[in-house]
Design a protein around this ligand. Structure first.
Ligand SMILES: Cc1cc2nc3c(=O)[nH]c(=O)nc-3n(C[C@H](O)[C@H](O)[C@H](O)COP(=O)(O)O)c2cc1C
Length: 208
């Protein structure tokens, strides 16, 4: 497979130090609003990159479910690969690629579990089948077959025991770094960064 000719020109927008928001959360919100008027189907789908304590990386998509004053919340199985990585190394990065806007956002920071009450408040809003799936699926473990899980889910639904299990809940990534990337012509992209220094966000620019 030769993809060398696959090349797109980026030219829709520009990004400048003078026009970005002082606070990167506000900048994120502005760009997120833009996704709503675009053809992006799941703007809240983000790549979550984690690493084990000995540095083995892994990445996967999860859904952003809330942006609070302090961070970015997603939900998952605490015993999954990502859960195990985060237990031994809480540093992670989340990444959004909004192709219709020619934009990428990278957000790095430390991850911690949210409270069980906060997780439960969201869990209880999920459809019964999703709750049963979260209860029945030992996420990221090898299983015999799809049928085994389907059977387990049926049993859980029949018993109507849909309380949030211990192994499931939310995490919040509390950022110390943001990069807003805007594609530009001739690969001279704009890369505006925010670094958290002594409690203040410092804006800078990276070379493309
Ligand atoms: C669009 C999309 C959304 C997803 N959302 C989630 C999510 O919110 N939480 C989750 O645990 N897995 C989600 N997944 C599945 C993960 O990508 C992954 O397969 C799973 O979490 C196991 O990852 P791990 O073995 O690295 O822990 C999503 C996958 C896709 C493609």
């Amino acid at each position: 497979m030769d993809l060398k000719d696959q090349r797109k020109v980026y030219e829709k927008f520009e990004l400048h130090e003078e026009s970005v928001k002082h606070n990167p959360f506000d900048q994120f919100k502005n760009w997120f609003v833009d996704t709503k008027n675009s053809e992006i189907l799941e703007a809240n789908a983000m790549t979550l990159a984690t690493a084990s304590k000995d540095g083995k990386p892994s990445a996967r998509i999860v859904l952003l479910k809330e942006v609070t004053e302090t961070g970015f919340v997603f939900f998952t199985n605490y015993t999954s690969q990502k859960g195990m990585d985060l237990a031994e190394n809480p540093q992670a990065e989340i990444l959004f690629f909004w192709d219709a806007l020619e934009r990428q956002v990278r957000i790095g920071g430390n991850v911690k579990k949210i409270s069980q009450d906060e997780s439960r408040a969201y869990f209880d809003t999920r459809p019964p089948e999703s709750r049963a799936g979260a209860i029945a699926s030992p996420q990221s473990q090898k299983i015999e077959s799809r049928a085994v899980i389907e059977e387990k889910i049926k049993t859980v639904l029949a018993a109507n025991k849909l309380d949030m299990p211990e192994h499931w809940g939310g995490y919040i990534l509390e950022p110390n770094y943001f990069e807003f990337w805007q594609g530009r012509h001739s690969r001279l992209h704009d890369r505006i960064i925010y670094e958290l220094m002594e409690g203040h966000w410092k804006v800078g620019r990276l070379a493309p």
